[in-house]
Design a protein around this ligand. Structure first.
Ligand SMILES: [Mg+2]
Length: 363
């Protein structure tokens, strides 16, 4: 039998808003929302004081302001986010290199070798919480479980400043009373279909027989039911194992090809996030690419090989912008009047700081 794993899911509480309240004392105790320049008009993060009014991330700002007229809207401050992200990753790396970052403030860790039981995992998570507080003055919530699904749901349920464990063998019982929407991949559409079939809890989903699961979800049914039963064998995929780091965003409004400045602002933020992930993992990139999804639903990729490996957000941004300009030129030359729906930045050909590399002056 396979050994039970100890998986931690760590997630800083109200990350961007907490950083703002930490660094600007006048914002403490106030309802604060952060809005990114690339997603003007949408709440990227909000303080718990704002949440008390019903404000949530991903909510349009005008609705947030309707719910909370005194809402203070702050711009993003990526330098501070990166510093905090690098600090928490440095703390995590003292225990494991099996770290899968999900966002700047969120990661899965496989700590089985150093914490071979859920109890030991909880002790480690408690230590991490204290170290994160000491070094960043931020609070982080942890879920501790034998798999990613349960760890992720547990960290969310424990917020803020939470530490929630799911006993090995207790996964199905933990999940059973929760709404089906808590399972990854169950969006509003699937949720509605399940509700029609009278299924609202994960426990009801877990109890479906083969035929019912197949009727409702086709080939996906088995996998979904296994998840509902608390069976999730997905491994932690650390950045060291993966061959690239990327970040992408679907735009609020389609971008015209000629709006290079608009694209540049978005690429800049994406490059910042990609660079932060590289820094957090002690990696450098030798190849930067952009991904574009256009109004004709095509996906385009363009990439650029660098002269020297880097984790600099400025270099990544400039390379991404160069790729994007090249793509725009190609589309214009082909007479394609496209609009841009999604932009992504990717760093590939990753190397570690200690990998010997040669600076080629002649390329
Ligand atoms: Mg968070």
């Amino acid at each position: 039998m396979q050994q039970t794993r100890t998986i931690l899911h760590g997630d800083l509480d109200a990350f961007y808003a907490s950083v703002a309240q930490r660094d600007h004392t006048e914002l403490r105790g106030k309802p604060v929302a952060i809005a990114f320049s690339s997603r003007r008009g949408v709440v990227a993060s909000c303080s718990y004081e704002a949440r008390a009014f019903g404000v949530r991330s991903a909510m349009p700002l005008f609705i947030a302001q309707e719910l909370c007229p005194d809402l203070i809207v702050q711009p993003s401050e990526f330098d501070a986010y990166h510093a905090a992200s690098a600090a928490i990753h440095a703390i995590f790396r003292t225990a494991t290199d099996q770290i899968e970052p999900i966002a700047l403030d969120e990661a899965f860790l496989d700590v089985t070798p150093v914490a071979p039981s859920i109890t030991a995992g909880a002790e480690l998570a408690g230590r991490f919480k204290q170290q994160v507080r000491d070094r960043t003055a931020l609070t982080i919530s942890f879920g501790v479980a034998s798999n990613k699904l349960c760890a992720k749901i547990a960290s969310g349920l424990g917020k803020p400043d939470g530490l929630l464990t799911v006993a090995a063998g207790g996964e199905a019982a933990f999940l059973a009373p929760l709404p089906v929407g808590k399972i990854w991949g169950i969006g509003p559409k699937t949720n509605a279909r399940l509700a029609e079939a009278g299924i609202t809890t994960i426990g009801q989903l877990a109890a479906l027989d083969d035929a019912q699961a197949a009727t409702l979800f086709g080939r996906w049914g088995q996998e979904l039911r296994a998840m509902a039963q608390g069976i999730d064998t997905r491994p932690i995929v650390s950045e060291r194992d993966s061959k690239s780091v990327s970040n992408e965003t679907t735009l609020d409004a389609d971008l015209r090809l000629t709006d290079i400045a608009g694209a540049a602002a978005i690429l800049n933020e994406l490059a910042e996030a990609v660079a932060a992930n590289l820094v957090a993992d002690g990696l450098l990139t030798k190849c930067v690419g952009v991904k574009v999804r256009s109004s004709d639903f095509q996906i385009y990729g363009r990439q650029w090989t660098l002269l020297a490996p880097t984790a600099s957000s400025t270099v990544i941004y400039k390379a991404a912008l160069a790729c994007y300009r090249r793509w725009v030129g190609e589309m214009q030359a082909a007479g394609k009047p496209l609009r841009v729906r999604l932009l992504g930045v990717k760093a590939a050909a990753l190397v570690t700081h200690d990998t010997p590399h040669q600076l080629s002056l002649f390329r």
